[in-house]
Design a protein. Structure first.
Length: 221
């Protein structure tokens, strides 16, 4: 009964993440450059040349739309009963391609002109580089059939993928609390909070998983 409830909760969570990511992306379907988050990025078009600003806006739209596939496809990889056999591998390939070729590289481009100056730029550039590296190592590990190593790097990679949601969750939290922060100072804080705690949680989960595995091996001996 508990196992069935667990699988049902995973399916509901997947549905929630899917709907949330689509809703966050809907405002950008018009490809207008002055909607939602883009309203506070108009300085990019003023401060940079047409070439750079055009590269940035293309990267932005690619990042927004491919991140949907990253969040949804990545979630399916952590429970094989959710997606079976070839579908599991297919969604895994979608995740790898979405992150390595599109979402992480465009995230790097976006990070280089992030709001908030050097503090925010450092946060988002580091996020993009680590995201790409962890995903690449997950891909390389599965190619070598190093399944445990693959699982570790998938945990790390997906923790950073979820920054698409946790960053917005932190912004929502601070927006509804009476903190005396200037808007741009708050943005600098959220730039780090959006992904560093995710990574810490992933590392804790990896440690606990490995610790339990060692305990089980000891009991069998």
């Amino acid at each position: 009964m508990l196992r069935k409830a667990y699988h049902i909760s995973l399916i509901l969570l997947l549905a929630f993440l899917s709907v949330l990511m689509v809703r966050l992306s809907v405002p950008y379907l018009s490809l207008e450059t002055d909607v939602a988050f883009l309203r506070i990025k108009q300085w990019v078009f003023k401060d940079y040349s047409n070439v750079i600003s055009n590269i940035w806006i293309v990267a932005f739209f690619i990042h927004v739309f491919t991140s949907i596939f990253s969040v949804i496809a990545g979630f399916t990889q952590f429970n094989k009963k959710l997606i079976w056999g070839n579908l599991h591998r297919t969604f895994g390939k979608i995740y790898i391609v979405a992150v390595l070729l599109f979402a992480a590289p465009t995230g790097l481009v976006m990070g280089m002109v992030a709001n908030g100056g050097p503090y925010s730029v450092t946060a988002f550039v580091l996020l993009a580089l680590l995201w790409w590296y962890f995903t690449f190592e997950a891909y390389r590990s599965i190619r070598k059939k190093q399944f445990e190593r693959h699982a570790i790097f998938m945990y790390l990679s997906y923790a950073l993928t979820l920054s698409a949601l946790t960053l917005r969750a932190w912004k929502f939290f601070f927006a509804n609390m009476d903190f005396d922060f200037r808007p741009m100072d708050l943005y600098r804080i959220v730039a780090w909070l959006g992904w560093v705690p995710n990574l810490v949680v992933a590392l804790i989960l990896i440690y606990l998983k490995n610790h339990l595995r060692l305990l089980n091996k000891t009991k069998r001996q």
